[in-house]
Design a binder for this molecule. Structure first.
Ligand code: ADP
Ligand code: MG
Length: 679
């Protein structure tokens, strides 16, 4: 079978499992092979029973000291007995496997592998697998893949399908040129894919991962370099006359721009006046005031008689920007439009029409802005806010909506400048490195759950003083279905604990966009005092009157994400607070939380987090989970990123379109990667 063949060509995959795989975004053999394990289940050596701990999957060896006993609990048949080695004894139990009753013998020796759980105050092993000595020695040290799953599809089924695919696939020829593989010591793609699914050892895994990370970065870098070459010093059809930069807007702003904002704005003006196309990244920590910079640029474009558009990752944020822009720009005679996915077909059609007829000057919206149906009359400036939530391809699609429009990209991801230059290689970079002067630094504390009553009292006090509060609800590990329930339960018990005069509402990802917008709007209008929410509020939301943020289960988030969440407070002149509530107070958890407790600087936090985790921590919480890489992590794999960029640069210099025959494979791969026709 070929990588492009349907997964139905794999033996054992029928109509039903095809649908399930489809839910995971897998429809071809190649996609299945590129569906990497989330982590590995490692066969560790036999442990003395005395040393097993709750939550671990372990292997124990011993003999049964009681007869297997069968109990019926509701609809379950539970089989249990006691197993003993020289150090201790422990209960083991199986559900609905009554047939074991006959085969398990008292006094005989068994090797069992299973999870240790705490039940009625006692440790026990549940649902263990019985291993023969041969199985045990064969699998010892092996890493078994654990895939991210969807309901109805087991890990076993995915493993089986991957095994079959690896066996039957006709591999395409290697696409990385040999000189690159040699220089950076990279194994073949084929070998790396085989190994990433079934590594024999951690060492092999690392080598395979290195190759795949490199290729991911390399293709990314090639695409960027090519974009840069092609765009380089392109003349712009939308020059902006210096006269339009009147100070009308600056005058009605209720504050003066910070030095960082002024500098960024000067750079933008210069770009747009230069007669060439602007391609600029504005990088600034959360709360540094990027929105107003976008607004100034868009206003200048509108005043010049052109159109501009700003794309944001969520509906709530789109609405927020839209309202702010209306408030400032409509009095100046600029017409603003809103376009989001949740609007009715009629509303959308109207907005398409207005956009095509240039009856709106600035369009604010979500991904809806790059849908096929949207046609712009005269698109001269595109802005993407929170760029880390979009892919390079989406940025390109947006750009293709106009005829070489100016481009402004905004990001708060705290990446060091050296990395930013690589990751945004096609852009010039402006950094806003100061926060508005009226801000007091956020006061942080990392605490255990026993502090919760005190935290609630503190919130009450802040609410009484006219401020507002966010609580980020505890995360549920498994399915998203329970997310809503969880937020609801938390909100209900919070209501019981707070005086009835305090207005509490909740927000989660499963609500309809219209409901989300409504709740955010009433929070912004101070009709809600405490908002219990999942991380949906992470991105960009701006309610300066909110002064307290409490994050439950803070240990489950990456520090960069905690920093983004924290950025929802400290946006006004009042003192703000962030409470990181740790669900477990283990040493590692507290050590990590101390970093963010000790600093409000996103760059510092990201750097320290990396140091703490060290490059050896392969399955740690991904720092940059939202950045568009599948396997690679820009912090952990910064070295590969640099190498891949260097390699890509040398290729692009030689031959920008990779026309040379020997690059056939690479060119094709790049075409798949960027999803475009590439000559
Ligand atoms: P971010 O960079 O995170 O997108 P925003 O643009 O949302 O930040 O700005 C955060 C808050 O700071 C907003 O309430 C905005 O009005 C305010 N703000 C922006 N610039 C200044 C300034 N120069 N002085 C005071 N407040 C400012
Ligand atoms: Mg923002």
């Amino acid at each position: 079978m070929k990588p492009t063949d349907s997964i139905r060509t794999i033996k054992g995959i029928g109509e039903k499992s095809e649908k399930l795989f489809y839910k995971l975004g897998i429809s071809t053999v190649g996609e299945l092979l590129n569906f990497f394990p989330r982590e590995y289940d490692i066969f560790t050596p036999i442990q003395p029973i005395q040393s097993v701990k709750e939550g671990e999957v372990v292997i124990i060896e011993g003999s049964f000291v009681t007869k297997p006993h069968m109990a019926n609990v509701r609809n379950l048949k539970i089989l249990s007995c006691q197993i003993k080695d020289t150090t201790a004894q422990i209960r083991v139990s199986w559900f609905n496997m009554p047939f074991l009753m006959r085969s398990l013998k008292m006094g005989m020796h068994y090797i069992l592998r299973g999870r240790i759980v705490l039940k009625n105050g006692m440790l026990q092993m549940t649902q263990p697998k019985i291993l023969t000595r041969e199985e045990y020695s064969r699998q010892l040290g092996k890493m078994m893949p654990v895939y991210p799953l969807t309901a109805g599809l087991t890990n076993h089924a995915v493993t089986k399908a991957v095994t079959a695919a690896l066996k039957g696939v006709e591999w395409e020829s290697e696409f990385l040129p040999a000189e690159i593989r040699k220089k950076y010591e990279l194994i073949l793609h084929k070998k790396a894919i085989q190994t990433i699914h079934f590594p024999d050892s951690k060492k092999e895994y690392i080598i395979a991962r290195k190759r795949l990370v490199f290729e991911e970065f390399f293709l990314f870098s090639l695409a960027l370099h090519r974009m840069k070459e092609l765009k380089h010093s392109k003349p712009s059809s939308y020059p902006v006359d210096g006269d339009v930069y009147d100070n009308a807007l600056l005058e009605i702003l209720p504050y003066e721009l910070t030095s960082g904002q002024k500098k960024a704005w000067e750079e933008i003006k210069k770009d747009m006046q230069s007669g060439k196309v602007m391609n600029r990244l504005i990088q600034g920590d959360v709360g540094s005031g990027k929105t107003v910079i976008a607004m100034l640029a868009l206003a200048a474009i509108a005043k010049s008689g052109h159109q501009g558009a700003i794309m944001v990752p969520t509906e709530v944020l789109a609405k927020q920007h839209y309202e702010e822009f209306c408030a400032y720009l409509e009095p100046l005679g600029i017409r603003i439009g809103l376009l989001t996915g949740s609007m009715t077909a009629v509303q959308k059609r109207k907005m398409y029409q207005k956009t095509a007829d240039q009856e709106v000057d600035i369009l604010v919206g979500t991904h809806a802005l790059i849908q096929e149906k949207v046609e712009y009359a005269n698109l001269a400036l595109i802005v993407t806010d929170e760029q880390h939530r979009f892919g390079v391809r989406q940025r390109e699609l947006f750009s293709e909506k106009g005829k070489d429009p100016h481009m402004l990209v905004m990001s708060a991801t705290p990446i060091p400048r050296t990395l930013a230059i690589i990751l945004y290689g096609d852009l010039d970079v402006s950094v806003i490195d100061v926060l508005p002067a009226n801000r007091l630094p956020i006061k942080n504390c990392a605490v255990g759950t026993n502090y919760r009553p005190q935290a609630y009292r503190f919130m009450e006090k802040e609410v009484r003083e006219g401020h507002q509060v966010y609580i980020i609800c505890p995360m549920v590990e498994e399915s998203e279905n329970t997310e809503a329930e969880n937020v609801l339960d938390y909100t209900n018990s919070l209501k019981d604990m707070m005086p009835p005069s305090i207005r509490i509402e909740y927000l989660h990802g499963k609500l309809k966009p219209a409901q989300k917008n409504e709740i955010m709007a009433s929070f912004a209008a101070h009709q809600i005092d405490i908002l219990v929410s999942t991380t949906v509020i992470e991105v960009g939301i701006n309610v300066p009157n909110a002064t307290v943020m409490m994050i439950e289960n803070a240990e489950r988030f990456g520090l960069a994400q905690l920093h983004q969440l924290r950025g929802r407070v400290g946006r006004g002149s009042a003192q703000s607070y962030c409470i990181f509530m740790a669900g477990n107070a283990s040493k590692e958890t507290m050590e990590r939380l101390r970093i963010i407790e000790g600093s409000n600087d996103g760059f510092y936090v990201a750097r320290e987090d990396l140091k703490l985790r060290g490059p050896g921590d392969l399955f740690g919480i991904r720092q940059s989970g939202e950045l568009f890489f599948k396997l690679a992590d820009i912090y952990q794999d910064a070295n590969e990123l640099r190498q891949a960029n260097e390699a890509a640069a040398s290729y692009t210099q030689q031959d920008v379109s990779l026309l040379c025959k020997k690059y056939d494979g690479l060119r094709q791969k790049l075409q798949e990667y960027t999803g475009e026709v590439y000559l």
